[in-house]
Design a protein around this ligand. Structure first.
Ligand code: SF4
Length: 248
């Protein structure tokens, strides 16, 4: 098992340089009814169902570095040409390069809604991060929980179970600093009991979180092959006691 905070540190050395961040693509996307999207490189988790696996494990092989000015310009240009009013950074984990992310947010005109999609590990470890994000009234944060409890988080990501608590902490901090946010959760591997318990834990943070967004497992061929290798039954939710993560 690995510590996601340590993995974030070593990944940061590859994908963040000065105030630049590595991205592998900018594109219009159909999600959220149409959104201008920049796909960044580098993540602090290794989810078994990741659709961007080759980029996550080989960030040095893809993309190039962009300044915050270049990123904001590309995002706004695409939004304008497609008449979108929404912008996001997606792909891998946007929160890894904090200074770069904050700089991009400062450069995006406030009439665009900025959707930050994060796994929540880094904000949950740094209350100040949530406070810094609260400066942006046009920001919405979608926190993607990996499983419904510590044990599932560890099974799905190969990381230490404590990472799940960081994900919940992120929601707590964002609520505390009045940042618009909601949780999403991958529950394709979860038992009914675990989902019920998760609802309880989320309700304690904010009653509205009880109805969290359900993330769908998308069975791209590579994802299916990885799950099969791990002998994880994604239809019944049956889980092995331990993922032999080194086999991924
Ligand atoms: S957090 Fe997202 S990008 Fe990172 S490994 Fe998991 S699914 Fe992939």
């Amino acid at each position: 098992m690995y510590d996601p905070l340590e993995l974030a540190e070593s990944t940061r050395n590859v994908v963040c340089k000065d105030n630049q961040r590595k991205y592998y693509r900018f594109r219009p996307a159909r999600f959220y009814g149409g959104i201008s999207t920049g796909d960044c490189l580098g993540c602090c988790l290794r989810c078994v169902f990741c659709w961007s696996w080759d980029k996550v494990i080989n960030p040095h092989r893809f993309g190039k570095y962009y300044t915050p000015e270049e990123v904001a310009r590309r995002l706004v240009l695409t939004a304008r040409s497609k008449r979108y009013n929404q912008i996001r950074i997606s792909g891998n984990e946007p929160a890894i390069c904090k200074r770069h992310l904050i700089s991009v947010l400062e450069l995006i005109p406030k009439d665009y809604l900025f959707i930050l999609e994060t796994n929540g590990i880094l904000i949950g470890n740094d209350e100040r991060y949530a406070e810094d994000l609260s400066r942006f009234p046009n920001l919405y944060v979608r926190v993607s929980l990996k499983g419904s409890c510590e044990e599932e988080f560890s099974m799905l990501t190969g990381a230490i179970p404590e990472g799940f608590q960081l994900q919940l902490k992120t929601l707590e901090y964002l609520v505390k600093y009045k940042v618009n946010t909601h949780p999403a959760c991958m529950i394709s591997f979860s038992s009914h009991d675990n989902i019920r318990n998760l609802r309880k834990r989320l309700r304690a943070i904010n009653p509205a979180f009880e109805d969290f967004e359900v993330e769908e497992l998308i069975l791209y061929p590579a994802v299916e092959a990885r799950l099969k290798r791990l002998k994880t039954d994604f239809r019944t939710g049956h889980k092995p006691d331990k993922i032999p993560f080194e086999q991924i």
